[in-house]
Design a protein around this ligand. Structure first.
Ligand SMILES: *Cc1c(COP(=O)(O)O)cnc(C)c1O
Length: 524
């Protein structure tokens, strides 16, 4: 009883309870395989290879030698390959379907990026290779730096930070150095909005600041008057995400920056959401002093368990002198690396290093490929299409789910919903689990904390209308089931290899090493 709808996909309605009543000999359900742990299928007595027994000589590390079995499972090569291939098929990935994880910008990674990153001249170089032999790689770093500075309207960029959170630390350390250089050691407080990503207060605390909340207004923005009232000689600055984590543009950003600067502080902008404004807004024009850019969000490149991050930090003229080493600089037609504080007056104030070397070369290559293949007009369209897609979801859902800020106007790149209006005992988690049965990775849930039972959906610009329509169909159906108190949604997912896990226990008391059942019992 399935029909093909307009956009060409075929929704099926499983008979409730039917599939789960049938059990199979293996526990497999067609291609959904029940895979045991490798320790449970392999035994340490067997191996896939025949080794000669090793003559026991004198231990080379004194008394530090193994005196028990190593306990590795023994499997043949085909058994091993199948085990890991089966596990990999239980993963959800951006190459399988829409990944609506808000705040993460899970977009398609163009294959051209991979092709470029794998060129031996980029992939096989060593960070200590003589500068003369890696001119092309340095040119990539320099060109990317130029694009980042141009797109943000800032003065300088520190390329080496290796993730968004690492970039935050870089920017905040630059602010600390600038304040110290002015003899402003007493400025020890950073103001952070209640909607901030957890990395913001964590970074501030790690860098030795204390954190105070800035309240939000009804319409989900920073309360400018409350912020102004708190500014003073103890305030080092603010950390503000723009667009913010409710998917809203901070319209007062320029007024916020002006007020903070007038009070002697600095403005850090969390630029993780740059995708929504790239090519349209230059944070430098809004008075920002430092902002990290998640190359692994805005400029594609794999992330989310799939690859390393990269978080270059753009800096204003006021903070540029404190940027970390190393730098790529161009001298005539040659690139060279500035590695020492003494290399020139421009770097005299540097606070040191964020990493041993220059940053994530593979990510630089992917990001520059992405930027060059889109061009300036293409990047602007990225921002516009990502906002359009998010608003399409917002407006397609607001009659079935509470959308707390929808009445104040359009959203940016992500749409936010709350669990208001769901029946007693049903909440966001049930909708998220219901989406798993529909074949989707759930959206970001219970973040940001300012929205009760938040569901943060970011489709990105790379999804087609047909894909969005199918997702909206599934999301509406799951939301309607939750609204109507459908009891089967309380126990979703029904079609996943595992049902509801105790996620709190898994996070608080993770079991990180396998123990044979007998040993595990003895250890209880
Ligand atoms: C992703 C994100 C970060 C952290 O970036 P990482 O690369 O994961 O360290 C910080 N702030 C916001 C708003 C984010 O979405």
């Amino acid at each position: 009883m399935s029909t093909i709808n307009q956009s060409g996909w075929r929704p099926t309605t499983p008979e409730a309870g039917e599939a789960s009543d049938i059990s199979t000999f293996t526990g497999n359900r067609a291609l959904m395989l029940e895979e045991a742990l490798i320790f449970e299928i392999g035994s340490s007595e067997t191996t896939g290879v025949d080794f000669d027994s090793v003559p026991i000589g004198k231990p080379r590390f004194g008394d530090l030698y193994r005196d028990s079995e190593i306990g590795l499972p023994g499997l043949s090569e085909p058994e091993t390959v199948r085990h890991y291939t089966r596990l990999s098929r239980q993963n959800y990935a951006i190459d399988l379907g829409l990944f609506p994880l808000g705040s993460c910008t899970m977009k398609h990674n163009p294959r051209l990026n991979e092709r470029m990153a794998r060129l031996p001249g980029f992939a096989d170089i060593h960070p200590l290779a003589p500068v003369d032999t890696v001119q092309g790689a340095l040119e990539v770093i320099d060109q990317l730096a130029h694009w980042l500075i141009t797109l943000t309207g800032m003065q300088a960029v520190a390329m080496s930070p290796k993730a968004g959170a690492h970039g935050e630390l870089c920017g905040i350390l630059a602010i600390r150095s600038a304040l110290d250089a002015q003899g402003q050691q007493d400025r020890k407080i950073l103001l952070v909005p209640t909607s901030a990503h957890g990395t913001n207060p964590a970074t501030a605390a790690f860098a030795g600041f204390s954190v105070e909340d800035i309240p939000a207004t009804e319409d989900g923005r920073v309360d400018l008057e409350a912020l102004k009232a708190r500014l003073g000689p103890d305030i080092a600055g603010v950390m503000i995400t723009n667009p913010n984590t409710c998917g809203l543009f901070e319209r007062d950003m320029k007024a916020i920056s002006d007020a903070v600067h007038a009070a002697g502080g600095y403005v850090y902008c969390d630029g993780a959401n740059f995708n929504a404004i790239v090519g349209r807004v230059r944070p430098g024009d809004l008075g920002v002093d430092a902002m990290h850019i998640n190359l692994h969000k805005t400029f594609s490149t794999p992330h989310g368990g799939g690859g390393p991050g990269s978080g270059p930090v753009v800096l204003s003229a006021a903070l540029a002198p404190y940027a970390p080493l190393p730098f790529v600089e161009k001298d005539g037609d040659k690139f060279h690396l500035v590695e020492e504080e003494t290399a020139g007056e421009h770097h005299a104030g540097t606070f040191g290093r964020m990493t041993a070397f220059n940053g994530q070369m593979g990510m630089f290559t992917r990001a520059l490929t992405y930027i060059l293949s889109h061009g300036a007009d293409g990047l602007r369209q990225v921002a516009e299409d990502s906002v359009l897609n998010a608003n399409y979801i917002l407006r397609s859902m607001e009659d079935v789910l509470d959308a707390p800020f929808a009445k104040y106007g359009p959203c940016m790149h992500e749409a936010i919903f709350s669990d208001r209006g769901l029946p007693e005992g049903l909440s966001t988690i049930d909708i998220a689990k219901g989406l798993i049965d529909e074949g989707y990775h759930p959206m970001t849930v219970y973040f940001p904390l300012v929205v009760h039972g938040a569901m943060l959906v970011e489709p990105t610009e790379t999804e087609s209308k047909a894909t969005l329509d199918q997702f909206i169909g599934a999301f509406r159906s799951v939301a309607a089931r939750a609204k109507n108190g459908d009891p089967t949604i309380r126990t979703a997912p029904h079609f996943a290899p595992r049902r509801r896990l105790d996620e709190t226990l898994a996070a608080r008391k993770p079991v990180l090493a396998w123990k044979a059942p007998a040993a595990a019992e003895a250890a209880e």
